[in-house]
Design a protein around this ligand. Structure first.
Ligand code: ADP
Ligand code: ZN
Length: 522
């Protein structure tokens, strides 16, 4: 008889990989010896193998809880192709097939069973599980158990029964989200202890982070794709279904192979678009966040955001879908002052309790601070996750184009005074027209050409003023109207600036600086 297979044998023979990555081996050893593990690894870090390999080696079937049907199907198909006995039980499985799967489970002919969390509530399901031999229980996307998280799923709360019902079966919880509160909630709700934690660094050195000010977003996107990623595979995230469709259509007209994806499309279109994205070369998927969780396409060369995500966690997870193969990839985002107002309005008009809204606003502000970071973007991103990067990375937009900082107290006073004199009723673009002394009908009808702020801002162009207004918003020195049309409003801090009690440091945006030199050279 040959010696029993080791985890490394399985990695090589079944997966075709040479060696383990990061903490994979430690986690697998822990589970093989009957322990539990909570695995915090970035997207693409290789979490699946952490439970799949022990499930293949240990007697019995590994139960995997996974929130998305599409993701389950992909994983099961991939496993079956490698010769692993795997199946899934979810609402898309026909009763006859489900019966067959359950029969195979009882006969001990299964290595891995993927289950949707809703299943656990079905009568008889837990009884069925207690009648079979279970090798391990893995809870994927474990952050879905966190009530304050952005992906909370009530069904996940039920998963705590596993610890009680199967105290001697090794359990894993896995996620790519790992801010402190979410970590604690996972440990607490799913009954893990601190010793179970396996956390790898969150840095994705091959991803270059870029945040630029919005200026004709679709054009910017097109230039980015054409100049840097032509015919390469990418994902473009948009906030709404309508924007997904208009952006995809527009890109197609410009000769880019783009497809739309959002939850409002019928199942067949979604599936066929996803299939084309996975199998064809150079497809650009324009999508809402409905697209992505569990998308395992290694050669996505860029993730572009034309609208702000809600939190840094969401941004990290979405951008993490780029460059899973370890080759250079890009996380590119175009941010506008309107996005900020829009998101704030969305948060404030929701039905959630006030403390929840406050938390969401804080999370949004953390993301804004990242966007306007005068230093290394990667350092800023990692520090949010509690990780310190000693040196600036050299591979992000601000490292490559260091923004210069200037004393912006006087321009800030001009902008704030202009807001005050126009009675806090207008958005940034109109306000800027006044500062630049533009002659147009709207201004003359309003009589704003006689204001003391009319034409006092000619030292900057409109792009620069837009950046100044955006920075004032993101530094909390001015508010965006929550209910109305995004007009700018003064707050207590604005008055400190106006009364000369506070100075304002502004980042001179390098993109704007560049366009200025170009103009100057002409
Ligand atoms: P995660 O679930 O953490 O996002 P996956 O488990 O989907 O990541 O793995 C990401 C990619 O890395 C997959 O294509 C997977 O096959 C591959 N992979 C996993 N482990 C290894 C390894 N040890 N060596 C090389 N590639 C690996
Ligand atoms: Zn950097």
């Amino acid at each position: 008889m040959s010696a029993p297979r080791t985890p490394l044998d399985v990695l090589r023979q079944t997966y075709g990989y040479e060696s383990f990555r990061g903490l994979q081996e430690d986690v697998i050893n822990r589970i093989m010896s009957g322990g539990n593990a909570v695995v915090f690894m970035p997207t693409g870090g290789g979490k699946s193998a952490c439970y799949q390999i022990p499930a293949i080696l240990r007697p019995g079937v590994g139960i995997v809880i996974s929130p998305l049907i599409a993701l389950m199907r992909d994983q099961v198909a991939a496993l079956q192709q490698m010769g692993v006995r795997a199946a899934c039980l979810n609402s898309s499985v026909q009763p006859s097939e489900a019966n067959h799967i359950i029969h195979e489970l009882h006969s001990g002919n299964m290595d891995l069973l993927y289950v949707a969390p809703e299943r656990l509530a079905q009568p008889g399901f837990m009884d069925m599980l207690s009648g079979i031999k279970i090798s391990l229980i893995a809870i994927d996307e474990a952050h879905c158990v966190a009530q304050w998280g952005h992906d909370f799923r009530p069904d996940y709360l039920r998963l705590s029964v596993f610890a009680e019902m199967f105290p001697s079966v090794p359990r894993l919880a896995l996620t790519a989200t790992a801010d402190g509160p979410t970590r604690n909630e996972i440990l607490y709700r799913l009954s893990f202890s601190n010793e179970d934690i396996f956390a790898t660094g969150f840095d994705r050195p091959n991803i270059r982070y870029t945040v630029i000010p919005k200026d004709q977003e679709k054009r910017q996107l097109l230039n980015f794709i054409k100049n840097e990623h032509f015919a390469e595979c990418g994902i473009v995230y948009r906030m709404s279904r309508k924007k997904v469709e208009s952006t995809a259509e527009w890109l197609c007209k410009q000769g880019i192979n783009a497809l739309p994806y959002h939850a409002g499309l019928d199942a067949q279109t979604r599936e066929s678009n996803q299939a084309r994205f996975m199998s064809e070369d150079g497809v650009v998927m324009v999508a809402t966040i409905a697209f992505g969780m569990g998308i395992d396409k290694p050669d996505v060369r860029y993730v572009a955001h034309l609208d702000l995500p809600k939190t840094i966690e969401a941004y990290y997870q979405e951008t993490g879908r780029a460059g899973r193969d370890g080759l250079p990839a890009e996380a590119w985002m175009s941010v506008g002052i309107q996005d900020i107002g829009f998101l704030k309005r969305m948060i404030m008009s929701g039905n959630s309790p006030d403390d929840r809204k406050a938390l969401e606003l804080r999370k949004l502000n953390a993301l804004l601070a990242y966007c306007e970071s005068p230093g290394c973007l990667r350092q800023s991103l990692l520090s949010y996750f509690g990780e310190e990067l000693e040196e600036p990375c050299g591979n992000c937009f601000t490292c490559i184009n260091p923004p210069s900082i200037f004393d912006g107290t006087i321009p800030a006073q001009k902008a704030l005074s202009n807001i005050y004199r126009t009675e806090q009723l207008f958005g940034a673009n109109y306000l800027i027209d006044i500062l630049l002394g533009k002659e147009n009908k709207r201004i003359s009808t309003q009589g704003h050409n006689s204001l003391s702020t009319y034409g006092i801002g000619k030292e900057f162009n409109s792009d620069e003023w837009l950046s100044i207004h955006r920075q004032l918003v993101s530094q909390g020195l001015v508010d965006v109207d929550m209910e109305g049309y995004g007009s700018l409003k003064l707050n207590a801090k604005s008055w400190e600036v106006l009364r000369k009690e506070r100075t304002v440091a502004l980042r001179k945006d390098p993109v704007l600086a560049k366009s200025k030199t170009r103009r100057a050279r002409k």
